[in-house]
Write a protein that binds this ligand. Sequence first.
Ligand SMILES: [Zn+2]
Length: 500
Amino acid sequence: MSEWFKADKKAKARFAGPAEAGLPIPTRIMSNGEYSPLPQTESQRRVEGALWEIADQLAPRFGLSRRAFLRSSMGMAAAFAALNSVFGPAYAMAQDELSDGDAGADWAQRHADQFIFDGHLHFVHDEYQWPGILGFRNAARMMQADGIPQRAPDFEDVKFLNFVKEVYFDSDTTVGIVSTATSDDPGRRFLTNEQIARDVARLNSAAGSRRLMGHAAFHPGIDGWRDALDEAIEVHRPISWKGYTVGDPLSPQSVAPWRLDDEELVYPAYERMVEAGITNVCIHKGLMPADYATRMPDLWPYATVDDVGQAAQDWPQLNFIIYHAALRPVVMFDPGFVQSFEETGRMEWASELAEIPARYGVSNVYADVGTSFGQGAITQPRLAAALMSILARGLGADRVLWGSDAVWWGSPQWQIEAFRRIEVDEDLQNRFGLPPLGTSDGELKTRILGLNSAEIYGFSAEERTVAHYRDDRLSQHKSAYLDSEGEPSNAYHGFIEDAD
Ligand SMILES: [Zn+2]
């Protein structure tokens, strides 16, 4: 065992603790930026009911407890069967997947060589104390029928060690980038640029290969921001940049929002980035709680993609990677949003993003799909599939990048599985000219899940294969973990105790 793993008692307990039960997918989701969860929707309640029903039926057939069944690959498959039963057949199921204990192993084997590059990961530093952050995980908790106690999320859930466990041990993720957020209140920042650099080095030295890369945040207009940019370039050497044009995403107030196409303020910073050879610029857009439009009308326009096209045109040396695909709402099940999509085939502001290459004649605009795909996958699979198709059609098949926003949503495995299985409804393909996403190991999905990011981050041909990492120390630990404790934790949310 590597040093950080062995040295930390809490880590040991976390990795080797008693089996934790949970559903394989979240069946509840948060509503807004202040993280007050909405009551579970009727559809989500039905998904959960269907899933328990399948588990009750099938678990005894395989001599498994309900809990063991839900933690198995059949449990994951059952979750997609439950989603299909409520929303219609959005998810492909392998033949006999729910009735043949070996089918799950075959499915896993089929994807064992699929390289997964998650460009959108999070954890918080060890002294982090802003409780608002736990709202994310609270929101993704399994809300059970009355009377089943759950463990509330705690800060350990969103710190480094649990991040390592949930991302690398409990999912198929091969490599990733850890991000952070700018905030007017330094106490709310997830990680400083220095902490990112330190934890990236810590993981990679334990792993014995480059499994994690890091962002450096930049925040034009706040005191000392140019010095911070210089320090990042000289000392921390991030793989890419992260900025929030709304300024502070964690507060409805923000002292310093900014625009990507602000020539006076921001273009000199782009100049520095180009000189430094760090040319991927990741920008949070969209994902705005509905009431921000009225509560903060001045800030709201900074979350749109109005400033992307001009900046991309003026800076062909840079890639602009728009996080969350600029999808406007935090949740897709907003009835107005669904209705507008069904009528027009468009999704605010993701469609605007997808149209930028045609409007501005640029080829340096990308979409990250963090949270936007995941929340849609469990609340509106039909729209989640369409979102991916809209992006691939407009930006190009090589300009849509995988991101999960883990660990906010727990282990990213359910999102990976959802994307492998999802397809655009034929009716939508025909009505709106949306291209299909194809099979789980087909070209488009394989590109989106990993090869597109490998390309823009300059990975060698070997570095973009799973084989390259198969013998590193992280892989060795993972095999030992899977052999001994044996089961992923489904630990993206609170835990259900005594589920049996
Ligand atoms: Zn994020």
